[in-house]
Design a protein around this ligand. Sequence first.
Ligand code: 4H3
Length: 255
Amino acid sequence: MTTKFKYNFNVISLMPEMFDAFEHYGVVGRAFKEGLVKLNLINPRDFTQDTHRTVDDRPFGGGPGMVMTLEPLINSIEKAKSLSLSKKNKVIHLSPRGQLLTQKKIDELLELDSITLISSRYEGVDERLSNWFDEELSIGDYVTSGGELPAMVVIDSLIRQIPGVLNDSESASQDSFVNGLLDHPSYTRPETYEDFKVPEDLLTGDHEKIRVWRLKESIRLTLLNRPELLAERLLTKEESRLLDEVKKEQEQDTL
Ligand code: 4H3
């Protein structure tokens, strides 16, 4: 009997309602519906003792804004850990200060069976909370008003990589970054729209010619938009040849 894939996402958030739509649409919604993955929403406000259910306080040392207090977050983390499927779990704080999220990181997280994502608000969390989480992750160099959208980005990109979640027509194997290059351009009908034609090679039905065209365009796009990815990546002989062709064509374009 095939062991059914199971993965628990525990999200600690003051705004759990933000996840309502997230759970119900697209491939992500299907994965939740089929029970492959589970979303546990934990609200620190449920772990407060005072009548105002206070979760924040003023920063020591002064300055604008408020800081999320330790106790409701620690109690939330303990609750989340009790909902994790096994010891193969990590507690991650989403923050602009964190390590940048990459496909490689997503693949590492896929090896676990549960993750707890702390979506903070206000000016962030009391620094001592770092004794209760494993790492900080950032989805990019910008600030959002809460960690909820970054948490959804992490969960979505994880779910896409679960074997069986994407059927062939949605396949993740051709996604950007999966082979360390940006995804090749795609075209569909009509073959000509106003003066814009589909590249000839894609109309030949010659699978080898199409494979090479797509690889070359992936390399061209990566050189243009993310040259550092090329620097990090070992290129095959074929890829190096195609990169040289792209560079020569670029030189001709600038002449
Ligand atoms: C993560 C969280 C950006 C990211 C975030 C990211 C709200 C952290 C608040 C929350 C602080 C703003 N913004 N790039 N925002 O992954 O608690 O400082």
